[in-house]
Design a protein around this ligand. Structure first.
Ligand code: PLP
Length: 421
């Protein structure tokens, strides 16, 4: 669903005109739609109805407490990758027994926090991590329920920086050693190997790599059962890709059908960890034009959002559609312009030679599909305060993370004794 549409010539989030939010909170700001979050979650969970499967929202994509609580209220679990995210998930109302802890470098402190709370599962990615977890669990008198994340050596056919399932990536246990590592895990006193986990990458727009990875997982499951290891859970990793421009993401029902056909008769509970698919198109970043600058050979639209607010274009060459908040007249002429932020880096570029209708200082624009890996990846580089986050619900909106003042940012730092005075 698209919650961001023009009404009477002005871009709205559901029933709220974006200039009304800009007036109250200033720019730039992130804006999320409750209706879109709910619709995306229901579509995802609904596609798996009738299967023994659960959706654990990947907090790394958007961990704002209000966003997570919106999903918690619908029955979602969580996929977390740090103690901070674990505590966020709990604070948002997701019980520990619906939380999976992923990540390549969990510390002993993080393991203890998760086990004390009664976490559903930790996904382990190396032998040293397995040994550390066993020691922590044993010292607490418990056995840690784990899945081992296996690296199936499958090409996800996505951007290199978000592909994780090839043998040269840092993630998971090599396919060739997986069986042997499960044997080791089963022999450790603090480990209960209950599942297999796999995640080959993000923004996948083709079902074939998913299918190849899941089939390998099932092959391993049978081998492990032969070895007497009772695998009862499969964690199939992140969700399907979304449409940023002209991609054709896989159909959810086709994806769910494929999962059922591969895992349906194994007696396993299936965990899905979508992030982007639930939040990506439920959020935008709204920014104001500061200047239109005419260079020697090209024009620049200098806006008040920058790479510190939304780093995806700099980091991944990602495309975000850009909409003027005031609807262009039908047939309005467009001309190419570079859309850039004010940060002192050439990489602070949102789009090169993007065809846009005429825009002037003070006009508002929206970067679309910014709900995933947007606000969570923001920094205060150049001492730019983090952009606030706003959640819209029908004709209501609320600031769900305010913009810090520069004074607050400065007050968070400390002067050593020898520099005081
Ligand atoms: N699970 C794991 C282990 C991940 O690393 C990621 C993201 O890279 C996700 C889930 C979420 O992926 P996506 O946002 O593509 O659904």
């Amino acid at each position: 669903m698209n919650a961001f549409t023009y009404r009477n010539g002005i871009l709205h989030a559901e029933g709220v005109a974006l200039p009304a939010i800009a007036e109250q909170v200033g720019t730039p700001f992130y804006c999320y739609s409750t209706e879109a979050l709910v619709a995306n979650y229901r579509a995802y969970a609904g596609a798996f109805e009738g299967q023994d499967a659960g959706v654990c929202f990947a907090l790394k994509s958007n961990s704002n407490l209000a966003v997570v609580r919106t999903f918690a209220a619908l029955g979602a679990g969580a996929d977390v990758v740090s103690e901070g995210e674990f505590k966020r998930a709990l604070a948002a109302g997701i019980p520990a027994d619906r939380i999976v802890f992923s990540g390549v470098g969990k510390t002993r402190q993080e393991m203890r926090t998760a086990l004390e709370a009664g976490i559903y599962q930790l996904n382990v990615e190396s032998i040293p991590e397995l040994e550390a977890l066993s020691e922590v669990a044993t010292s607490m008198g418990v056995r840690a329920p784990i899945a081992i994340r296996v690296n199936p050596d499958v090409d996800a056919k996505t951007h290199a920086k978000i592909a994780t399932g090839k043998k040269e990536n840092k993630f998971g246990i090599d396919w060739d050693h997986a069986r042997e590592v499960y044997g080791k895990a089963a022999a450790l006193p603090g480990i209960d190997p209950v599942g297999i986990a796999v995640h080959i990458g993000s923004q996948l727009t083709d079902l074939a790599p998913f299918r190849a990875a899941f089939e390998r997982v099932v092959e391993l499951l049978h081998a492990l059962r032969e070895d007497g290891i009772d695998i009862r859970r499969l964690d199939l990793g992140g969700g399907i890709g979304i449409r940023y421009r002209d991609e054709t993401p896989p159909d959810l029902h086709e994806y769910a059908g494929m999962v059922r056909s591969i895992t349906g008769n194994l007696g396993c509970h299936v965990t899905l960890e979508p992030g982007r698919a639930l939040v990506g198109n439920a959020g935008i970043l709204v920014s104001r034009v500061i200047y239109v600058k005419k260079g020697l050979h090209r024009r620049f639209l200098i806006v008040d959002a920058a790479m510190n607010d939304l780093i995806r274009p700099s980091l991944y060459d990602a495309y975000h559609a850009i909409l003027p908040v005031a609807e262009p007249a039908p047939g309005a002429k467009t001309s190419p312009i570079d859309v850039v932020g004010p940060v002192c880096e050439s990489g602070d570029t949102f789009a090169l030679q993007r065809p846009l209708p005429p825009l002037a200082s003070d006009d508002l624009i929206a970067f679309c599909s910014a709900g995933a890996y947007g606000a969570v990846m923001a920094s205060s580089y150049n001492t730019r305060p983090l952009a606030p986050e706003v959640l819209v619900n029908g004709t209501d909106f609320a600031v769900i993370r305010p913009r810090p003042t520069v004074e607050e940012m400065l007050a968070a730092e400390r002067m050593p004794a020898w520099l005081k005075g």
